[in-house]
Design a protein. Structure first.
Length: 362
């Protein structure tokens, strides 16, 4: 009569009144056993798992079940109930929530590097939302839940965010999309990242239902660098700058005419002509520094190579004006050393054989 002292559990069900619980272990009080023939209720968007002796036994989809050896084949095998068994038994019951968890946010905590074919290496940031759900309850229980009594969405968020950011970075790198075109390719990048992330989510028994890229933009530093590069490209092309200056001048003239309540056609034409002239002059100045009073830069003469001589002692090639060989220390005769006349003391050219003043042989 000992087992009659224990409580018998007759109805097992979980009414989830939260929005962030992914898994829940049904609380079975101590010394309480599950009665054979008890009702197991599994609601929509739920999966129930029976665990016996630390091993996953039977998995129940949504529905109402009368527990017996007929609908618990794995547990019956583990307990060696070959011919059926009607006595109460001890077993852990886990409920896994299979609904979608929507409107989960992701974002790049640090700038992500990307290589652009026009501007080199730039940095960008991004953010968006995603939704996911448990697709394989048994894998989720083994890989994440373990023996915990419950599992909340917050416990998984950081892992999922990092996985998604990694997938976004890989998708951007593989797409070779120019940095200036990122804003037009959100959907394509999101689809590519979703394919990359799906495999990592599957290892946890989770499926990525949807991934939305709301923003991908360059960092402030990268934007400034791109603006400077664009400005230099405009200034470097004289024809483009001429057109830009002329168009800008015409816009200014039109605004002034509107503010002044009208302007005579002759004056307007003169200002428009001046605008075109300024643009052409500046453009020509860029392409031809001699135009419009520009100062011509004199050509730089090429630097002649220093003359060399051969050391009489070690035969090393050294500077022609060196008095002592840097290799062996032997005394040398510099090429530019003056020759002094032994008679009058006049300094003559290094290659002179006779004194230019007195004619004495040197």
């Amino acid at each position: 009569m000992g087992f009659l002292k224990n409580q018998l559990l007759k109805v097992i069900e979980w009414e989830d009144n939260t929005h962030d619980t992914m898994a829940y272990k049904y609380p079975i009080p101590p010394k309480t056993e599950i009665m054979m023939g008890s009702q197991l209720i599994v609601r929509e968007s739920q999966v129930a798992i029976l665990v016996s002796g630390g091993k996953i036994a039977d998995v129940f989809e949504p529905g109402r079940y009368k527990l017996s050896t007929g609908n618990m084949p794995v547990l019956t095998k583990l307990r060696s109930w070959k011919y059926g068994f009607n006595s109460p038994f001890v077993c852990d019951v886990y409920y896994i929530n299979t609904k979608q968890f929507i409107n989960q946010k992701w974002g790049t905590g640090n700038p992500v590097m990307m290589r652009d074919q026009d501007f080199g290496v730039v940095q960008f940031r991004g953010y968006g939302i995603y939704s996911f759900k448990v697709s394989d309850a048994a894998v989720f229980l083994r890989e994440l839940l373990g023996t915990s009594a419950s599992y909340k969405v917050d416990a998984l968020m950081e892992q999922l965010k990092r996985t998604i950011v990694s997938g976004i970075s890989e998708a951007v790198a593989a797409s070779n999309i120019p940095a200036l075109d990122l804003a037009m390719k959100y959907s394509a990048i999101g689809d590519s990242a979703e394919e990359i992330v799906t495999a990592d989510f599957g290892k946890m028994g989770i499926s990525l239902v949807n991934l939305v890229v709301e923003n991908l933009s360059l960092t402030e530093e990268s934007s400034k660098a791109l603006n400077e590069r664009t400005r230099m490209n405009i200034l470097g092309n004289a024809q483009e700058y001429t057109q830009f200056a002329a168009a800008d001048s015409m816009k200014t003239i039109a605004e002034n005419a509107h503010k002044g309540g009208g302007m005579n056609m002759a004056g307007t034409a003169m200002q428009m002509g001046a605008g075109w002239a300024v643009g052409n002059t500046f453009g020509n100045t860029i392409s031809n520094p001699n135009a419009a009073g520009g100062t011509q830069t004199p050509p730089v003469a090429p630097v002649a190579a220093a003359p060399t001589i051969v050391c009489p002692a070690c035969r090393a090639t050294i500077n022609a004006n060196t008095k002592f060989c840097p290799e062996c220390g032997a005394k040398t005769t510099p090429v530019n050393a003056s020759k002094y006349c032994p008679s009058c003391g006049k300094a003559n050219k290094p290659q002179a054989k006779f004194c230019a003043d007195c004619g004495t042989k040197i």
